[in-house]
Design a protein around this ligand. Sequence first.
Ligand code: UD1
Ligand code: MG
Length: 473
Amino acid sequence: MSDRLMNMTVVILAAGLGTRMRSKRAKVLHRAGGLTLVEHVVAAAAAVAPADRTIVVTGHQADEVEAVLAPLGVGFVRQVGQKGTGHALASCRERLQKSDGLLMVLYGDTPLLSPVTLQKLRDLQSTSGAAATLITTTLANPSGYGRVIINDKGDVTAIVEDKIATPQQKAIQVINSGIYCFQAPLLWKHITELVPNAVSGELYLTDMCEILTRHGHRVGALHIDDPDELLGINTRIELADADRVLRERKCRELMLDGVTIERPETVTIDPHVRVGVDTVVEPFARLLGMTEIGEECRVGAGAILESAVLEDRVVVGPYTLVANSRIETGAQVGPFARLRPDSHVGPDAHVGNFVELKKTHLGRGAKSQHLAYIGDSEIGAGANIGAGTIFCNYDGEKKHRTSIGERAFIGSNSTLVAPIEIGADSYVGAGSVITDAVPPEALALGRGRQVVKPGWVKGRKKAAVKEPSTSSS
Ligand code: UD1
Ligand code: MG
């Protein structure tokens, strides 16, 4: 590890409720781009400090926030009583006051941060000699953000929060992103000088600029031209904005890697999803969780794949749902099919419209093209399940398994009462209710025999003439 990484500690403030979200859930747990807001910030922080030198300050719903982040290996400090961003950072004083080197402070509600920007901030701070450097940008509509007061030397002398800014200060368009890099010893020495804001009663971390300046130190600014990545999420409108940007980033990344995405602005792809070259993703598709898609596949319009694995040349038709299931090379699923968890569609198999699979393995080239429920079963290679077939896998208490041999043919509208075994190369006649095992190469029929009465209609009419109605009216 480089010395620069060794000398950097990151603190991420994530203890606030986020009142403006109007939610029971802590703001940093809201999701954008498939992850919680704070997970994005932790991911960006990894570019400047290892996880074991990254501290997340938690408070509101601390247990939940810590549960989400613990697998990433970061440490936690609890802020008791949410008395502002300055108070949140001061909560780390005991734990970190002996740290030298640099201390970067990030807010847990800025999910669009890029690692490169954090590296630039670190580099500027480590060479400029300033006590601190913060990232600023210029916004056409700066409302809600702290306004940055800069002197004629280009140094930051104060940050004025939106709530307490005068009309002249509100006209300032240079805003505080909430991303700071401090010389750690100077920060810990002076943080005790923060006083509650006269209006809100909170300790504002932003007041550190004035305090450090007052002690004769310099606070620098790293001005970023593209304000997009500094978006702080305070409302659900901004949450949707961030989601859109993150989804777009993921689509662009995949398109540059050789995936065709039609109308990418309508497509939702989670960060860990992988897609192979020459796969086509149609509008409104959702590729979620740990979904992995091979090469030359097609994902139809409105399909939802949740932790699905598709091998190469798989076609998923429009409006198909696939959850925790695997589809092998050349198979076709949908349109309007539903694969529930633990389903496994073999190579070149077909699953058509309004077919539901659950905990089922369909062997190579097996087919179920229309209107069927197939649960808890093993379907042999080349078998054909006719339209309207229902696997009765549940007796009201327990689930039972069905096994269909290779090349077996199940006629339309059959009802297979599990547990049951249908042998290879056998046939089940259409409309059968099958309750007993069918041996290989047999024909099974389980239905009422058809009766035909020739001329029956004429006979009925004659009978009606002989017996006139007995009604009194
Ligand atoms: C803050 C800045 C503002 C800046 C903006 C950028 C202050 C006083 N203001 O305002 O200058 O332009 O961010 O997005 O810092 N938090 C705690 N404990 C608390 C309060 C907040 O951990 O007691 C955490 C929140 O969970 C959040 C972050 O700090 O992740 C920022 O808090 P927020 O209330 O969103 O600050 P802003 O009003 O956006
Ligand atoms: Mg904020």
